[in-house]
Ligand binder design. Structure first.
Ligand code: UD1
Length: 418
């Protein structure tokens, strides 16, 4: 077990390079099972979710070799269609493997996925979509068992634009016979990135980024070298950190248009933000003003993955805010921890009612999930005095070198084994 010790109060100055997107790299890694060609993914983030995904791929018989910041995957000898329960429980994205494993082996067996405990997180839409492609599914003793003779393209309408379900169906459909159309598909930038990767290895996928994705099945796929898009959630987290601590930072290697909802809100708070190609420059030297309301929405709305960090910011803005979490049922678990630091936030159902205080006070808090954990780190950085953020394993899932990057910007934060 590890924790962060933070001495709050330092302003942040300097540049931070944004990692490749966790939520792109994980489904892309799942997609490598579809091909016998060699795939090189450039600049992968150093996060534990990626390491767990690589362990799963290795368990399936794929070869994975790290080459500096890149990873080489060779799935030509993959020979196993079972994803062990211990790893599936570690990683929600293990569920993406259903689509590619069923495509490759005509069978798949996977334990129910894990990941952050932020709500019910059902997989019914994934399974309904796969059934529409001809997969027979049984659920037994905590396992999902899939079988099919052949995958056949079909018209699939999602009840809601689930990111994971859209990606899983894309993966299963790439080598299916005929054409698959996914309607009410999720429009997140990571879906378009998955499409670009799949097309790079020879698939025929069009429309990602819109609500309708068309996949024409192909027989064979090849290898490629691929650079995933930057992580909009990591970029957003650093911008919010600078907004809370004050100072001036440059998030480099970002796609500003992918977090325009956040940039818009931070400007409304009073931050000065300028954009220069792939650089987002945020400057703030004063106490910010609350935005009145904010609601999480599927892309291009405000991302649920920045809700906790933004609520932490609202906690020290002048005025009141109401934050509504529309995607996940229990994504306010960090609020009682923030209250230990003095926050005046009340959660009722899916709404957090925030009355901004002047400043957080250092305290010992527990990171219960990835983004909630990041929010506590930000609160600690801006707080008066010393904070400890305990059990940072969840934070390790999504932020590579977080403390190094923050220290480079002038923060006083260390990782300590306990
Ligand atoms: C992905 C992201 C996660 C992000 C989320 C929403 C990855 C690895 N994770 O998660 O970081 O917070 O998108 O942007 O990319 N739902 C169902 N049935 C299903 C699937 C989903 O009802 O079968 C519901 C969920 O309960 C939730 C909503 O759909 O309310 C959105 O979930 P979804 O988009 O599927 O999120 P994930 O793919 O799990």
């Amino acid at each position: 077990m590890e924790k962060y010790i933070i001495n709050g109060g330092n302003k942040l100055y300097g540049s931070v390079r944004i990692q490749s997107a966790k939520n792109s790299v994980l489904p892309i890694l799942a997609a490598t099972v579809l091909t016998d060609g060699k795939v090189k993914i450039l600049n992968v983030p150093q996060i534990s979710d990626l390491k767990n995904m690589v362990k799963i791929l290795t368990g399936l018989g794929c070869k994975a070799v790290f080459d500096g910041n890149d990873i080489l995957i060779d799935s030509s000898n993959a020979d196993c269609f079972e994803i062990p329960s211990a790893l599936a429980h570690e990683l929600r994205s293990s569920v993406f493997l259903l689509g590619s494993v069923i495509s490759r082996f005509r069978s798949a067996k996977i334990a129910y996925p894990g990941g952050c405990d932020i709500g019910l997180r059902p997989v019914d839409l994934h399974l309904t979509g796969l059934k529409r492609l001809g997969v027979e599914i049984t659920e037994k003793n905590g396992y999902i068992l899939c079988k099919c003779d052949k995958l056949r393209g079909n018209d699939i309408m999602l009840d809601c634009p689930s990111v994971g379900a859209t990606e899983n169906i894309m993966l299963a459909a790439v080598k299916a016979e005929g054409v698959t159309v996914i309607r009410n598909a999720a429009r997140e930038p990571e879906i378009e990135d998955l499409q670009n990767f799949l097309n790079c290895i020879g698939a025929k996928v069009h429309g990602a980024g819109s609500g309708t994705i068309r996949i024409e099945g192909v027989k064979t796929l090849t290898g490629c070298e691929y650079q995933p898009i930057p992580d909009r959630i990591e970029a957003g987290t650093f911008l919010i950190a600078a907004a809370m601590c004050g100072g001036e930072i440059v998030a480099e290697g970002a796609y500003p248009e992918n977090i325009s909802s956040l940039i818009h809100k931070l400007r409304e708070n009073g931050c000065k933000i300028s954009i220069n190609n792939d650089k987002i420059i945020l400057e703030n030297h004063k106490r910010l003003t609350s935005v009145k309301t904010i609601e999480t929405q599927p892309y291009p709305g405000f991302p649920t993955d920045l809700q906790a960090q933004f609520t932490a910011l609202c906690g020290v803005c002048a005025g009141h805010s109401i934050i509504t979490e529309n995607l996940f049922e229990t994504r306010f678990k960090y609020v009682p921890e923030l209250r230990k630091m003095g926050a005046d936030i009340t959660v009722i159902g899916r709404n957090a009612f925030v009355r901004g205080i002047e400043r957080y006070k250092g305290a010992t808090v527990i990171a219960h999930d990835l983004r909630g954990g990041a929010a506590l780190v930000l609160a600690g950085l801006s707080a008066e005095g010393r904070s400890e953020v305990v059990d940072i394993s969840h934070i390790n899932r999504g932020y590579g070198f977080l403390e190094y990057k923050l220290r480079n910007l002038g923060a006083d934060i260390v990782r300590v084994a306990v």
